[in-house]
Write a protein that binds this ligand. Sequence first.
Ligand code: CA
Length: 481
Amino acid sequence: MNSAEADSSRPNLVFVFPDQMRKHAIGFEGEDPVVTPNLDSFAKESVILTHATSTSPVCSPYRAMLFTGKYPHGNGVLVNVNSLSSPRGNFLKDGERCFSDVLKDEGYSQGYIGKLHLHAPDPNPPYDYGQGPLAGGVVWDAWTPPGPGRHGFDFWYSYGTANNHLAPHYWTGDGDAKSSRVDIDEWSVKHETDVAIRYIENEDGSYRDEAKPFSLFVSHNPPHSPYDKVPPEYLEYYDDRTNEELLNRSNVRFEGRGKEAREHAKNYFAAVTGIDEQFARILETLERRGLKDNTIVVFTSDHGEMMGSHGLMEKSVWYGESLRVPFIVRWPACLKPRKDDLLIGSADIYPTLLGLMGFAESIPAACEGSNYAETIATGSGPRPESAFYLCMPSRPEPPIDAVDRRGVFTHAYTFAVEYGPQARPLLYLFDDREDPYQLRNIASDRPEVVRRMKAEFHAWLRRTNDPWLASKRDLFDSEVE
Ligand code: CA
């Protein structure tokens, strides 16, 4: 074995994914006027996937795809996990062979830090967890007991979902829901970074087995709402700008929920700047410990943030601000820095990372995503023509405002279909090269493009076993049937 091979054998993995951080909110992208010097430097050493998308831009469906490598209709996590959806089976099953189950069998030490949002909440928890969003009596937060639900992570420092970023809580170790809980009086991103550093440094030898390679997931909740729960020192970076000046996208509309962007643009970008500063501490630790060369570091997010674009906030829709995520991969031993426009989706991450790490043969047959490791490593290799999008209503019996959405993207076009309260579906087509802010729906002007995109779309519905294949047959003409 030559030294290059020795260097790239059994790499460590550090996967950092803040929640709701759009691709545009990193300085080097030249889009949002955001301060991220450390991510900008990191990207210069990395493969930047410029066209990574969140296949279902909501918390739980993304996370389930990340860990199962299956699309929502394959893993059963169709919508966010809470006490309304989990009785329908909408949660991560213990029996799934997760990414981390494979790495455990490959001899890895593994840590999970931060938000998980995949396990069914206890509808009658042993005490009031107190910090979950509890609208209408719905329970969101969940403790994941030790055992198969932790899917091979031997270091656990996590919670379900709770949004008090300045007073977070976690469950850690093997105790019960009461004895294993810790409450922290500090910004969650800072605290989770401290824990991640202790894990990497293996403080007191108590965090991981030093003889094994490690895999560490760091799941920050910010810059997810509530946007104003951000340390004031990061707001200072934006003191000389108004919220309106910071929102430089020509599709921003301060109407409807978009009005909220007027209050929160600074808060959102301040949280991103804080994440950038904390991420640098993880990178510095890897370097100081001599782990930089053979550690794959991924920086990405579960989905984006509309922040006033098209008069919308948050995510769920097919517009680029919601759907496009950072995906930056650094591995000095094996990857030369470059940009790649690979259309990678959420279910592809599991097989692609295993492929990069040298475990392609351990990718389970049940994994539905594609392994693009060769493409990322060499620039040549398989490439999909399109990427899929789906976002389902959170209740099976739609309230009046519920919408059921699907779509497909190429490098040139975004095509989306929406079933709402209206009788007929709404079709959307955007020319993303001519109209990057997606201001003109050209579905009725370009029937030939719609026909081609429908053919791609139909292939995705079939590949992902989507019930739309049977229930929305009116969408497709005979050419693709
Ligand atoms: Ca999320």
